[in-house]
Each structure stands twice: as C-alpha cells, then as structure tokens.
Design a protein. Sequence first.
Length: 257
Amino acid sequence: MKQHFALITGASSGIGFQYAREMARRNYNLIVVSNVDEIYVKAEALCAEFPSVEVVPMVCDLGTSDAARILYDSCSEYEVEVLINNAGVYHDCDFIDDSEAFNKLILNLHINTPAMLVYYFAKDMADRGKGYILNMSSITNRIAVQRLSTYASTKAFLSSFTRSVHVELRYKGVSVTCVRPGAVDTGLFNISPFATKMGLLLGYIVKPEYLAHRAVKAMFRGCADVTIPWFWNKLLMFLVALLPTCMLRLIRRWGIF
C-alpha cells in the first residue's frame, strides 16, 4: 500500500478537484478537504476514476482561527508528502461595504490557515527530508484593485510568505511553490459565455485542469513561483504598473471599472 499522501484543500470543485485528479495520476493517495458535504461525492468520483488510489474525504471549515490545527490533528495517521493550499473565497465588493463575517473569513482562509498548515506540515516534511507545498496566490497580488482590497492583499501575503519559506526550507528537502493564476474557467468571476470562449481561444483564460497540471509540474521542479498563463498575466502586470494612483481614482470616479 502506498504510504505517501497529498492533502488538497478546497477540493470539492474547480481547481481544487483538478489538483486532486492531477495528484492521483501521479500515484499519490489523497486527503481531500472541503467545508461542504459535496466532498464525499467527489471522493467517490475520484475512487472510481483512480481505483488504486486511497481517497480520504474530510469536512473542515478552514475559515476559523483554529482550523489548521484541527486539520493537522485529523491527519495524524497519514504521512502527508504534498500540501496544496487551494481553499479560498472571492467577492467583488468594497471593503467597508462587505460584512464583518466575510472579512474575517477571507483573512483566516487566505492568511492564517494556509500559513499555519505550512507551519505544522512543513515541520514533519523537514524531519523526513522531503516534501512539497503549493500555495495559491493570484495575479492581483501586485495590484491595488478596488473592490478586491482584501482578496488582492491576502494573495500578496501568500506570495511573499511562499518566497520566504521557499528559501528557508529548500535545503531541508522541502520545496514551496507559489502559483499566481489569472482568469480560470471555473465560473467564479461571472464572465459571460462569449468572453469566456474568446478568452480560452486567445489564451488569457485557462481551464482548471491545465492550471493544475502546470502548477503541479512546477511544484515538483522546485520552482518558487509560477504565473499562469504567463504572457497575458505578465503583460497585464506591466500595463497596470504604469497607472498612477490618481488615474486609479479617476477610473473609480468615472465608473470604468
């Protein structure tokens, strides 16, 4: 029986489910985590597709302050060789217009929980001299984006945090990778069908299975950072960097975005 496990958070849909499939193809047993019972249905689907892989579903609310410790303790009988911090939320809303509950949720889910999961699991990986960690950031991590103040800022934390721990852990046998995707065809961003079709055709929107494959490949290569898709996201970052704050205020005032 295979002893190594890959733990994937936010695995009940979208990118997280594709991460689970990608790791199963690489002969890893799976611990798939979500805050909804749908994870049990997805676990059955994974077992059917990959009958030689053990799939352990877990329901855990990762938006609470002690979620990382609870999840780590729940995995005590498994040897987690790969940790994929994928769970997250997205909401297009001004910071002060959003609810207190949501702002606490996103701060826990994007900062506290992934950082502490790295803290707990990376210690075990370092003791064994082998491990892989993947943290999901975003191309918004370098943009001051109105209505995405908490989302972009928390993703900036994940990028900076990942780079730091990558340097700290690399020579202990643990590789830590930050993934910064742009638009992904998951329905999360409410993009129209026509815009989605054109985006996929031109390459500035990618399928979640493509992102998962590229990201996992970069993780196993030991990359500290990977941007997907590369060209369009790099171009966007260059153009946005040219905009001064006064121009951003005008864009806001005129209702362009």
